[in-house]
Design a protein around this ligand. Structure first.
Ligand SMILES: NC(=O)c1ccc[n+]([C@@H]2O[C@H](COP(=O)([O-])OP(=O)(O)OC[C@H]3O[C@@H](n4cnc5c(N)ncnc54)[C@H](O)[C@@H]3O)[C@@H](O)[C@H]2O)c1
Length: 313
């Protein structure tokens, strides 16, 4: 049984990751300031003896009295709607927040995991994207607050490892979906599902020909856990290579919920990546991991969640 601190523990991925670690019998300490989440995501853990929670903004520093084996840093606004609203908070959590986590890892001799992102590849010229691709990122545009913060966090983790101050793991997470996303967080899957459920038009940006590869949350957190407990110190893509156009996924969701829904097209946001598809051969070889959930089944679970009375705003 390991002692594991998880930042961003109340978020969409964080709360599922905590569940996964607890299922495996670990002691988990969650930290979150709820900037893009609500306590509802972790309320099922209220009486869980393996879980303790502290409300805290990690950019203000983290103190921890006991021993720690691992620190998983998942804290960061993650949807474009959120990081447009909180650009400074996003840059600070990716830099100062990651720095505080790494200093704590150094003090506790703990392994540090950074939740990085496919956005470090920017609008890529190569597909699928392998970890060796350095990316095509605009440092002076609306997405820069997120993309560059994540790239900074990776550089910080590299530096602590190179200086032998702390061991690190880097998960480059690709688009993930599932229950506990926020209804209005602006990401494609919750957007389309909730528009179709409300009988509103489904809004697709651009002509919908841009591609994404959607990974179901259960697969994602299993990959994250495997990486955390592995000896792999270089970045690893975690995602589902099942690439499709945004219009495809909108149509699939429409078919499942309300075939009468209209699909309307809105202007494409600036710097929106045209393609996204992870090369996951490294995760397969080094972690023995690959996604198992079919898109269909993941969508059904997510639709079920949004139909229930649990979803947050
Ligand atoms: N969901 C995806 O498709 C995806 C893709 C790539 C990377 N990621 C990364 O995975 C992580 C989790 O993403 P998510 O989709 O669960 O987003 P989310 O917004 O649901 O969760 C992020 C959590 O971090 C918390 N947080 C933010 N700043 C904080 C701070 N300063 N101190 C403490 N807590 C703070 C938020 O309140 C929230 O609970 C993020 O780091 C994100 O960049 C997610």
């Amino acid at each position: 049984m390991a002692e594991i601190l998880v930042t961003g523990a109340a978020g969409f991925i964080g709360s599922h990751f905590v569940d996964e670690l607890i299922r495996d019998g670990h002691n988990v300490y969650g930290v979150d300031n709820f900037i893009t989440s609500t306590p509802a995501n972790i309320s099922h853990l209220d009486d869980e003896p393996l879980f303790r929670f502290t409300e805290r903004d990690i950019t203000k520093g983290i103190e921890f009295p006991g021993a720690l084996d691992y620190i998983a840093n998942l804290a960061s606004p993650a949807s474009p709607v959120d990081y447009y609203e909180y650009p400074l908070e996003t840059m600070l959590v990716g830099s100062v927040g990651a720095y505080h986590c790494l200093e704590l890892a150094r003090e506790k001799k703990a392994v540090f995991l950074q939740a990085s992102t496919s956005e470090v590849y920017g609008d890529p010229e190569v597909t699928p994207q392998p970890e060796s691709y350095w990316g095509r990122v605009n440092s002076f545009g609306p997405r820069a607050c997120y993309d560059e913060a994540k790239r900074f966090a990776e550089a910080l983790a590299y530096t602590y490892r190179a200086k032998e101050w702390a061991e690190s793991r880097i998960a480059r997470i690709f688009n993930t979906f599932g229950p506990r996303m926020r209804k209005n967080d602006g990401r494609a899957v919750p957007n389309f599902i909730n528009q179709a459920l409300a009988g509103e038009p489904i809004t697709v940006y651009g002509d919908g020909s841009q591609t994404r590869s959607f990974c179901y949350i259960n697969d994602l957190v299993e990959g994250l856990a495997r990486l955390l407990f592995s000896p792999v110190t270089t970045p690893v893509n975690i995602g589902n290579p099942n690439e499709m156009t945004i219009l495809d996924i909108a149509e699939q969701i429409r078919e499942k919920i309300n075939p009468e829904s209209e699909i309307v097209f809105l202007p494409l946001p600036e710097n929106d990546p045209k393609q996204r598809k992870p090369d996951i051969s490294k995760a397969g070889k080094l972690l023995g991991w690959e996604p198992k959930w079919a898109l269909e089944d993941g969508l059904d679970k997510t639709i079920e969640y949004f139909k229930s009375d649990r979803p947050t705003a």
